[in-house]
Design a binder for this molecule. Structure first.
Ligand code: C2O
Ligand code: CU
Length: 465
């Protein structure tokens, strides 16, 4: 069987596909949630196709949708039934540092057979996700992730009009099962990361959902891929952007450029009011031909629908750029890149001595976590991080525990209004400046969310005291 990055939507239209849009199991017992990480089987190529051996939370990838209210206390017990240590990170949440779930920095890894209780409050409404944060390149690729939705104080879209789409890019082998043999390939680590050949939404290939004409819907897109940048054009289906990385925009935005690049770990919330008879698909546009990965069938007539709800904007501390400290991070390494002398685990290495470590990337000449932080900020201080990409690849840089604004990007425009983000893309030979108030005490990662790049050295940390 040959797997192509292509899904044909034939003349019979979407109805012929008739695959229901999989809704996600909800994880709730009051404010206590039990998650079990363990092996399970799932057909990701086609529902009636062969099952892959995955690692999942509570038996499916994605794991259950965790929905909480803003400012509500959440307790999650994670039990590790895997054969290797794990930990759980709440991506994009401005969380209490001890609950950030970074094995080796904020907690000890959870050993097989053990459990850990996460206990936190999510201060911002919006679209987030959770994923494994120990050997993420391996654990996330096998299915250890799920959506985390934080509801506004007054929920703007009811459940029928609020759809979560957790998108994953899988690498399937010839028979349509997860290609496990290629996990950890040095080729992936030193190039674009692990790119797949098959997209799923909520664990299913090309699901189709029904929408009512004239009614407003919120589509929450979460890119759970290890390394794939999803290229999407919301104008093709007349959608506006209402939030990035969980943070609502002051008002819906119709993009004036295409495509929208949704990097690994990034989220985008779209607003759509479908018109009668306008069935549509969402396509990923980075390949030679568009890859349709989600379909929508529109039923009914467009009447005078309900008004479009507006999203409240979260209250984040505004960076003060005047006199702010700038921290420079120079990225080097990877294929076709120069790296020179690198410090790794406290040793200065060069040439084959460095290559033998399996590390391939560095920030400021240091591969992976240094003993001392990149910088130590006083609580409340504005920090500007200037990231200089001296590599031949795009990277998806993520700051833990804080949202930031992209204030400058060499060679390309930045988004109007400088929306809050927790992950940004930086192109080859590009420099990007982000700014934020370091107001969350603790030890926080700054790393590439192309998980093979992080494992291969693109990882550092800072401290807020
Ligand atoms: Cu989404 Cu350090 O992670
Ligand atoms: Cu990267």
């Amino acid at each position: 069987m040959h797997i192509t990055r292509r899904h044909f939507v034939g003349g019979a239209g979407l109805a012929a596909l008739a695959v229901q849009f999989p809704s996600l199991a909800l994880a709730r017992q009051g404010s206590f949630i039990d998650l079990v990480a363990g092996p399970s089987q799932q057909a990701i190529f086609q529902p009636d196709g062969p099952a892959s051996d995955l690692w999942t939370y509570n038996g499916s990838a994605p794991g259950p949708e965790i929905r909480v209210r803003r400012d509500e206390r959440v307790r999650v017990r994670l039990t590790n039934n895997l054969e290797e240590p794990t930990s759980l990170h709440w991506h994009g949440i401005r969380i209490d540092n001890a609950m950030d779930g970074v094995a080796g920095l904020t907690q000890e890894p959870i050993e097989p057979g053990e459990s850990f209780e996460y206990d936190f409050v999510a201060p911002d409404a919006g679209t987030y996700w959770y994923h494994a944060h120990n050997k993420s390149w391996n654990q996330v690729a096998r299915g250890l992730y799920g959506p985390l939705i934080v509801d506004e104080d007054e929920v703007p879209f009811d459940r029928a009009h609020d759809l979560t789409l957790v998108i994953d890019d899988w690498r399937l082998a010839g028979e349509g099962t997860l290609d496990v043999a290629s996990l950890g390939s040095l080729m992936d680590w030193s190039h674009d990361g692990r790119l797949g050949n098959w997209l799923t939404v909520n664990g299913r290939a090309m699901p189709v959902n029904m929408l009512n004409a004239g009614e407003p819907y919120r589509l929450r897109l979460i890119n759970a891929s290890n390394a794939r940048i999803l290229e999407i054009d919301p104008n093709r289906f007349d959608a506006k952007v209402i939030a990035y990385d969980g943070q609502a925009l002051p008002e819906p935005v119709r993009l004036t450029y295409a495509p929208l690049m949704v990097g690994p770990a990034q989220r985008v919330d779209l607003l759509i009011v479908p018109q009668a008879g306008s069935d549509f698909v969402i396509e990923e546009l980075s390949g030679d031909t568009p890859f349709a990965f989600a379909g929508f069938e529109v039923r009914g007539e467009t009447a005078d629908g309900p008004g479009v709800p507006s999203l409240p904007v979260n209250d984040l501390p505004e960076p003060e750029l005047a006199g702010a400290r700038t921290v420079r991070v120079e990225m080097t390494g990877g294929a076709m890149g120069n790296i020179g002398r690198v410090t790794y685990n406290g040793k200065v290495l060069e040439g084959s001595d460095f290559r033998d470590t399996g590390q391939v990337w560095a920030f400021n000449g240091i591969a992976n976590l240094p003993e001392t932080p990149l910088y130590s900020a006083q609580r409340g201080e504005t920090i500007v991080i200037e990231t200089v990409n001296n590599t031949a690849f795009v990277h998806a840089m993520h700051v833990h525990g804080h949202h930031f604004r992209v204030i400058e990007r060499s060679g390309s425009e930045i988004d109007v209004g400088q929306p809050w983000r927790d992950t940004f893309l930086v192109g080859p030979q590009q420099t990007t400046r982000i700014a934020f108030v370091a107001d969350n005490p603790g030890k926080w990662l700054y790393h590439c969310h192309m998980l093979e790049h992080a494992a291969g050295g693109m990882n550092t940390w800072f401290e807020v005291t």
